[in-house]
Design a protein around this ligand. Sequence first.
Ligand SMILES: Cc1ncc(COP(=O)(O)O)c(C=O)c1O
Length: 347
Amino acid sequence: MEIESLVRKNILKLKPYTSARGDHMTGILLDANENSFGSVVKDEWNVGLNRYPDPFHNMLREELGAYLKVEKENLFIGVGSDEIIDLVVRIFCEPAVDNAITLEPTYGMYKVVCDVNEVSAISVPLDKSWQPDLEKIYKSITKNTKVIFICSPNNPTGNLIDSKLIFELAKNFNGVVLVDEAYIEFADKPSLINSIQDYPNLIVSRTFSKAWGLAGVRCGYCVASSQIVSLLYKIKMPYNLNKLTTQVILNALKNNLQKDKFVEAIKIERQFITNELKSNPKIKKVFPTESNYVLFECENPTEVYNKLIEKGIVIRDRSNQVKNCLRVSVGTREQNHKFINELRNVL
Ligand SMILES: Cc1ncc(COP(=O)(O)O)c(C=O)c1O
């Protein structure tokens, strides 16, 4: 497949901004109108806060690439994976002309990003087991469909999407398939990052916000063909990733065993919550999950949600997406106990 043929013409023609720090990182730097005297706060990390960061994230891509065993040229780093979703839509979808497909119920940002960019989001329902219905998807694809979003594990349902279906879709679809693996660390099957060699139209995005415990730092990344990665670097804001974020992520990579420990602990707590919910006769259904949250069904979910808020327990009302369903993120054992007890009282 020719990726170029899918790209918006203005993006192909675009002459990207050439940033000073893209050209030079060392020397007597008098090129970027920075403050050569220093910064007004102590530079705790000694990263040179008075200087703009590397627009191409070279060091981070080398370290993250080594950790993931993917080539640097196949790696793009963004301000959270949300930035990547937005950039992908802006590269491939012509406003007011093209469209993208979302598989509902799913993560709400795909549609919001489409709406912001005046790209119509065609919603195709997942089937009864929350898997993509390929026939329905094929029927919904038009000549202007450029992107299909697949969230795996899916938010809010929690299930992993069958990789065979993803590959079949990628093979048959003349557009890009963005697989959002924000929660993949909690799943029992591996990431699809290594499949980008076989499917040039596949983009796999991941994040440091969940398993790594770094939601406040804002860092996500995607693995894709070098052609797609170059396009992402072409259109992103020159200095999207700040030096503090970069430093924190470099440190996180050195401490990746802690991430594995978190994942183990979260899986245990996920099972605890699932068991407790299942043992409550007022809970109608508890969905299996390969993520760090549990979706469950009860009567009057919005009322339950509000009563829990009154008790200081904040979960997510997903009943507008999945009938009668609430979603709870896995907490510590103490938090989970409080949630389970208050939920029992409320019900
Ligand atoms: C499926 C999914 N993708 C992406 C994100 C956003 O991730 P990030 O923090 O990397 O922007 C979320 C956040 O909840 C999510 O649920």
